[in-house]
Design a protein around this ligand. Structure first.
Ligand SMILES: Nc1nc2c(c(=O)[nH]1)N[C@H]1C(S)=C(S)[C@@H](COP(=O)(O)O)O[C@H]1N2
Ligand SMILES: [Mo]
Length: 478
């Protein structure tokens, strides 16, 4: 290996060690260096990068981000090892300053991250100066790997502890019976209500912020006559249960960035009535513990034309941390990115000057409504030597509701299918049918029509900037 190659390898090993030490130190205090840098990347990544990441990483975006950050740190250290000695200190200082600044972005636990970042930078500088040869490299790399693993264990333990705190803060539910739609259990078909543990998770953080329910209060402020501070228990007294599908604007046809839950929340109309908006208040800005903000037009929320909720429960339990514990806002029918801010700290009534998190990156200012979509969950053959297939799935068209679902075989005519009974127009609806297919390869497609008469758009479209379009298509062999 060339001299530079060896130096680079040593640098990478020192980088791994330094990163491991910084991460372990941060983790011992409940923070993370990697998560802070990951968040910085999410905050500044250009739209095409975000879109590619969402499309490629799918449900593993958080792990991919963490891995990418670790590899990036190691690569940076490898590069630093090639710098002339006099430039290494400034480079290490820049590295420390960068990670510390990044840590400030990790939702509500930045101090440990800053400490970890500074530690990593100091070790990096010392390591690059003093270490020589493969033996040192091996030691740094081994220690770094072990410390990263230990940090991961600590963080998971802390997350688990917080999950328990969250779970025990309830139960927040009106104890309604478990709903049924008459379709029973069909292997492979999504349940009518998505369990929280199977519900998709989408946000800009590597890990959910941990919020102490005893300290937490929902603040309602800005242009209001009465500022309010409400505890979880006070909110629970006014909460009601409602069923609704939540859909990510990145939910391309057939994918799983959507789920149907039985939510427990306080109607925003009630909260706004208590607070009494002042003249000049035109937007409801929802502020979250992770710095994420969403703003919605006030008028339709105040009148109830758009039925919004401050949600504190999901499927009979408090919200799990990854779904926004202790509280989130949700307006059924509006994509999650526009209506579902998790880890809410404040509802601020404001004028039109506020700019939301995603709007800074080119997403439209006004909320996007969920477009009707049908998904095929099941296309299974009834038995050998049979062309009979059960085809089943879910469809949604909030807020109006699903009027009908149709499937078509090999792009021929559309055939109506059996619908499960409707929970409520804002929820998803399950469907099922039996088809007889001649031998060969066939395509199956599904589409939904909403009760407002809107037929699912068959033109394929990428999520950015108006939401996805197209028909879910699956191929089967009879
Ligand atoms: N505070 C906060 N809220 C957020 C987000 C976020 O990044 N931060 N992401 C939004 C997006 S894009 C979606 S699709 C929904 C997803 O909610 P879920 O993770 O509970 O499914 O949360 C929304 N609320
Ligand atoms: Mo989303």
């Amino acid at each position: 290996m060339s001299v530079n190659g060896k130096r680079r390898l040593l640098g990478a090993a020192v980088g791994l060690g330094a990163l491991g030490a910084g991460e372990l130190l941060a983790a011992a205090r409940g923070g993370s260096v990697l998560d802070g840098i990951g968040r910085l990347a999410a905050d500044y990544a250009p739209v095409p990068v975000v879109e590619t990441m969402v499309a490629q990483a799918g449900e593993h975006d958080k792990e991919m981000t963490r891995l990418g950050v670790a590899l990036g740190g190691v690569a940076a250290a490898a590069g630093m090892a090639l710098l002339p000695a006099r430039l290494r200190t400034p480079a290490a200082v820049a590295f420390g300053a960068g990670t510390a600044a990044a840590a400030l972005r990790s939702a509500n636990r930045s101090v440990p991250g800053v400490a970890g970042g500074v530690t990593a930078a100091a070790l990096l500088r010392a390591g690059l100066r003093r270490s020589t040869g493969p033996r040192h490299a091996l030691l740094w790399a081994a220690a770094g790997t072990a410390m990263l693993a230990a940090a991961e264990v600590l963080v998971r333990r802390e997350d688990q502890r917080h999950r328990e705190v969250a779970r025990r803060s309830g139960p927040w539910s009106a104890h309604a019976p478990v709903p049924e739609d008459g379709l029973g259990v069909e292997p492979g078909l999504s349940p009518l209500i998505t369990p929280a543990s199977k519900f998709y998770v989408a946000d800009v953080n590597s890990r959910p912020p941990r919020i102490d329910p005893a300290q937490w209060r929902l603040a309602i402020g800005g242009r209001v006559a009465h500022r309010l501070r409400l505890s979880l228990a006070e909110l629970a007294e006014q909460a009601v249960e409602f069923d609704a599908v939540m859909v990510c604007v990145h939910n391309t046809v057939g994918s799983g960035r959507c789920g149907n839950a039985r939510w427990f929340g306080v109607p925003l109309t009630a909260l706004l009535d208590h607070a009494v908006p002042e003249a000049g208040a035109t937007r409801l800005v929802t502020r979250a513990a992770d710095g994420y903000t969403i703003s919605l037009p006030l008028e339709p929320l105040r009148t109830g034309e758009w039925p919004g909720y401050l949600v504190i429960g999901m499927n009979g339990e408090p919200l799990p941390p990854e779904h926004g514990f202790p509280a989130r806002v949700f307006v059924p029918g509006i994509y999650g990115q526009y209506s579902g801010a998790k880890w809410i700290t404040e509802l601020e009534l404001a004028d039109d000057t506020h700019v939301d998190y995603w709007c800074k990156r080119g997403w439209p200012v006004e909320p996007l409504w969920v477009r009707p979509q049908a998904r095929i969950d099941v296309a299974t053959c009834g038995g050998t030597n049979s062309g009979k297939f059960t085809v089943a799935g879910v469809a949604w068209a909030p807020p109006h509701g699903v009027a009908g679902v149709e499937i078509r075989i090999d792009e021929t005519e559309w055939l109506p299918v059996e619908l499960g009974s409707e929970l409520t127009p804002a929820a998803w609806r399950r469907w099922r049918t039996l088809v007889d297919l001649p031998p060969g390869v066939h395509t199956l497609q599904a589409r939904v029509t909403s009760r407002s008469g809107e037929v699912q758009d068959s033109a394929e479209r990428r999520p950015f900037p108006l939401g996805p379009g197209g028909l879910h298509t699956v191929t089967v062999t009879a």
